[in-house]
Design a protein around this ligand. Structure first.
Ligand code: SAM
Length: 261
């Protein structure tokens, strides 16, 4: 990469791109959640490295999220024509752009300022600037009233770890959801944990691929984000790469709970 947001990175892969010298980018609230007590090293803590990516190279993250598209069945499954939707961990809007036409009012909470900026820019370009309010917020601290939304949703963001949701984050999503409304976790990664908390599971069938903009982009982004699949991507010589080749499960599923009336 070139340009102002691409300082020389020591390594290509996310797990070796950043060092402890980069940790100063976090706000105090972010550091208290994402940097382990006693300090963390993004070279041995890939989750921490991803949080740095969102803040140091947000456009690079957006290039990835833009090509890793959700299964259309997931989007179709979500309720439409609802009054209010709250999304948490909205990022650069992979799901938000789909939600914009489903709710009369949509609030997208995202802690990383650089991602909020990109999301606002994309919403404005799509003519959704007035319909979707982009705010700062964490799973465990949402600046929204109780019973606010008909649908409270997170996509590729919630995990059982306290820094990315956990018990407090799930309770907070349910607090913000009205009785009879739906809390949905899209592309969940801990099904048993969610099932134990009353969440049902839905998955949608069919082959799924990542459609990179070009073969060169497929190789470039695979080296950064899916290094184990990079050789296979090179050998295929195509801009279309099945998720299995990249070594990740496709975004074809969700876990949800309809809250008691
Ligand atoms: C993999 S990205 C997914 C973004 C977007 N939902 C998408 O599907 O492209 C994970 C997102 O979760 C956000 N995130 C991480 N920790 C969070 C927390 N404690 N509360 C809310 N959002 C969080 C990150 O800033 C990032 O935007």
């Amino acid at each position: 990469m070139t340009g102002p947001e691409a300082p020389a990175r020591p390594g290509r892969e996310v797990r070796s791109r950043y060092t402890t010298a980069d940790l100063g980018v976090f706000t105090r609230d972010e550091a208290s959640r994402f940097v382990p007590r006693g300090g963390g090293d993004p070279r041995s803590d890939v989750v921490l490295a991803w949080e740095l990516l969102y803040r140091l190279e947000p456009e690079l993250y957006d290039r990835l999220a833009s090509v890793e598209r959700l299964h259309p069945g997931v989007v179709d499954w979500l309720p439409r024509d609802v009054n209010r939707i709250a999304e948490v961990g909205a990022g650069t809007g992979r799901l938000t752009m789909e939600l914009a036409e489903r709710g009369r009012h949509v609030v997208a909470a995202e802690p990383a300022l650089p991602l909020r900026r990109i999301l606002r820019r994309k919403l404005a370009a799509a003519g959704h600037g007035n319909r979707v309010r982009v705010i700062h917020g964490f799973f465990d601290q949402l600046p929204l009233p109780a019973d606010f939304a008909d649908l409270v949703v997170a996509c590729s963001a919630f995990t059982p770890s306290p820094e990315h949701g956990g018990e407090a984050g799930l309770a907070e999503m349910e607090r913000v959801c009205r009785p009879g409304g739906c809390v949905a976790i899209i592309w969940p990664n801990h099904l048993g944990w969610l099932a134990a908390r009353g969440y049902e599971y839905v998955t949608f069938p069919g082959a799924m691929s990542v459609e990179f903009g070009s073969y060169a982009e497929a190789v470039e982004l695979a080296e950064i984000f899916y290094p184990k699949g990079a050789d296979a991507v090179r050998r295929r010589g195509s801009s279309t790469v099945p998720f299995e080749v990249l070594g990740i499960n496709p975004p074809r599923d969700l876990a949800y709970k309809v809250l008691a009336q």
